[in-house]
Each structure stands twice: as C-alpha cells, then as structure tokens.
Write a protein that binds this ligand. Structure first.
Ligand SMILES: [Zn+2]
Length: 92
C-alpha cells in the first residue's frame, strides 16, 4: 500500500540510492538523485539514514572493531522503515 504512494521517480531513486551514496552512478543519475532528495522528504530521509549508517560503520572500522554484521544492518533498515511510518501524517 505504501508503494502506491511512491512516484516512479521515488522508486528509481530508491533503486540507485546506495550506488549514489557510494559514488558509483554516472553524473546524470547523480544530478537526478540529488535534485529529488532536495524535494522529496521521504527519499531525503532514506538517504540521510543510509549516510548515518555508513558513518557509523566507518567509525567502528576505524576504531578497530569488527564491522557491523548483516543481521544488524537488517535491523537498522527495519528501524528506518518504522521511522518512515511514524513520519507520515495521522489520518485526522
Ligand atoms: Zn522520493
């Protein structure tokens, strides 16, 4: 049901978001994604959360600790999804 609220542009951005944050997309795609993140709160939140996760993982590695395991990443992503649900306006 949530999917129906997302535009085609949102779905495209979601698909390339991780590659975009890793700097692995071409210049045109990067422009499209950057512009969309400016105007779309939902995708902007998603991008900010991925960035925060990346920073958290990088700081753990720099501190000489073991990287975050996939199960932890999965929990983080579930947490992001719950944040998005909370961010939606109540049906009042
Ligand atoms: Zn969007």
């Amino acid at each position: 049901m949530l999917q129906m609220l997302m535009s085609r542009r949102c779905r495209h951005v979601m698909r390339v978001l991780q590659s975009y944050l890793d700097g692995e997309v071409d210049a045109h795609t990067a422009d499209v994604v950057a512009a969309h993140l400016e105007e779309c709160r939902r995708c902007g939140l998603e991008a900010a959360t991925y960035e925060a996760i990346k920073v958290a993982i990088a700081s753990r590695i720099e501190a000489g600790r073991v990287p975050v395991d996939p199960a932890t990443l999965h929990r983080l992503h579930a947490f992001v999804a719950s944040l998005e649900d909370d961010g939606r306006a109540p049906g009042s």
